[in-house]
Design a protein. Structure first.
Ligand code: FAD
Length: 488
């Protein structure tokens, strides 16, 4: 039986997959494509995460698509506004009709003889397995598992009399009004949740093993507000977007080059927002350098307000065991709790867990190198969308989509059927794909392809530089092997 064939198969209908569909339509109008989505809804991250207060922690002027500018002056917005924005974009650009829901891609086999991928798909609705073929595979699957979050082993879980919830699976009907809540964790999710929970809970305790860097930024961008009044949107938006790209980069670069200076600056800013006598050094002075791990953003310092008002507090200690009433800590104290929230992170997974093979040989992702942050060495006709760790995801993902379109158009013009990045030099020093030391990154990074130490095998965490290099880079690159038909 003939299998359905599309020119490009996009996997995932989150921010990246919707953006990829829009870009393909704009720049490669002749290409047929479909979007396969494992879940029953679009939006990915912004549909899955429903915990109280869920919001962006990068500004919307850079998190939005450049072809659909964010209007308004609010830079940090709640998750439902982001989801609405994604749904509207998909609707306006006709991407909704291209999405097949409940289609989980489990494997993709490349055949050089046929110059195409055969993709194995599990249909969630019926449980059946179907196969499609495509000329180019574009994975927009994010970077973490949807079916599981990370929860460390907590001794005594069975004893605890209250409820335990992971933010990735927030129950809609949970009632925490007036209750004692302990949030375990110190990352972006914990600092987002705590002020939101503190509005209704009896008290919220942030229980962290070690602190993270936290920076307060205005939820409303004053410059966006001003420019929005004096300039037309089409002029104001690129200025604000570029200003925010540069600002995020400046904070990152200053942190990398002058870590001691950045640490002092952040400490001074924090101390000003916290009540007199607050032990800043124990609770907000991390062991690592600024930007060794993602920096947490709190809009308008809402976390510090909750602490100053006494609605939230911070405990820095290790958990010995859970008890009937709460958590026994290493220093001897017991924290009583009705609800424990394990904001302990994500489980990272490369390319949505899709098993890849090329000419019947499994691809060993951990041994592969990433070309221009979007293709995998020795894997033909495939790209993946990945954002930055220090700036808005969309900046990186959209740049990749642009480049994929350029590549596809180039292949059509030259009559190429395949494009394969090849290792330039086996001795090339390979480094991890993400240079963060966060637990969730370290736990999984070996399963991701590596990057090299120089262009085009390096993906810098610098959007301005990547933009220049990707836009200038010729598609015909010695690191890419093109062939007119299969059998490379
Ligand atoms: C709580 C939270 C807050 C965040 N805040 C920010 C922020 O403020 N700024 C920022 O830049 N980034 C943020 N991020 C990172 C965030 O993931 C990106 O902003 C962005 O949403 C990633 O989009 P994506 O489409 O690449 O991946 P996702 O949003 O993860 O979407 C991937 C989609 O692919 C589907 N999929 C996965 N595997 C398969 C498969 N095998 N077959 C079929 N479908 C599959 C999934 O079901 C999902 O719909 C945040 C992440 C989290 C968890």
């Amino acid at each position: 039986m003939a299998r359905e064939h599309v020119d490009v198969l996009i996997v995932g209908a989150g921010l990246s997959g919707i953006g990829a569909g829009c870009r393909l339509q704009q720049r490669c109008p002749g290409k047929s494509f479909a979007v396969l989505e494992a879940r029953g809804a679009i939006g990915g991250t912004w549909d899955l995460f429903r915990f109280p207060g869920v919001r962006s922690d990068s500004d919307m002027f850079t998190l939005c698509y450049p072809f659909r500018p964010w209007s308004g002056s609010r830079a940090i917005v709640d998750g439902s506004s982001i989801l609405d924005y994604l749904r509207q974009t998909a609707r306006e650009h006709g991407i909704e009709q291209k999405i097949r829901f409940h289609h989980r891609v489990v494997g993709a086999e490349w055949s050089s003889g046929d110059a195409r991928w055969t993709v194995e798909v599990e249909r969630g609705a019926t449980g059946e397995t179907v196969h499609l073929t495509c000329g180019f595979l574009f994975t927009c699957t994010g970077y973490y598992r949807y079916d599981e979050g990370h929860t460390p082993d907590l001794e005594g879980v069975e004893r605890f009399g209250g409820e335990i919830v992971h933010p990735q699976f927030w129950p809609e009907d949970i009632d925490y009004g007036g209750k004692r809540v302990v949030v375990i964790g110190s990352g972006a999710t914990a600092v987002t949740l705590i002020p939101a929970l503190a509005r209704r809970a009896g008290h919220v305790t942030m229980l962290q093993r070690s602190p993270s860097y936290i920076i307060a930024l205005p939820a409303i961008d004053p410059i966006a507000g001003l420019l929005g009044h004096i300039l037309p949107k089409r002029l104001a938006y690129p200025i604000v977007r570029w200003k925010n790209v540069q600002l995020a980069l400046a904070i990152y670069n200053f942190s990398r080059r002058r870590p001691a200076g950045m640490r002092r600056l952040l400490r001074r800013l924090l101390a000003r927002r916290l009540p007199p006598g607050f032990d800043v050094d124990t609770h907000f002075n991390p062991r690592y350098e600024p930007w060794d791990q993602r920096m947490c953003i709190v809009p308008d310092g809402d976390l510090f307000d909750a602490i100053s008002d006494g609605r939230a507090s911070v405990v820095t200690d290790r958990i010995e065991t859970l008890t009937e009433r709460g958590l026994a800590l290493a220093a001897g104290a017991e924290l009583e709790a009705d609800l424990i929230v394990t904001a302990t992170g994500l489980e990272m997974v490369p390319f949505g867990g899709i098993r890849l093979s090329v000419d019947e040989r499994d691809v060993d992702l951990g041994a592969a190198l990433v070309y221009r942050g979007m293709q995998i060495s020795d894997v033909p006709n495939m790209a993946f969308a990945f954002g930055y760790t220090n700036q808005s995801w969309t900046l990186g993902a959209d740049l990749t989509c642009e480049h994929v379109c350029k590549l596809l158009n180039h292949m059509d013009r030259r009559g190429y059927a395949t494009c394969t990045p090849r290792h330039p030099d086996p001795a090339l020093a390979a480094v991890p794909f993400a240079d963060l030391t966060s637990g969730y990154v370290l736990r999984a990074i070996d399963r991701f392809p590596k990057q090299g130490s120089e262009d085009p095998w390096q993906r810098e965490q610098n959007h301005a530089r990547n933009l220049r290099s990707m836009r200038k880079a010729p598609i015909e690159d010695p690191a890419l092997e093109f062939a007119a038909s299969g059998g490379v």
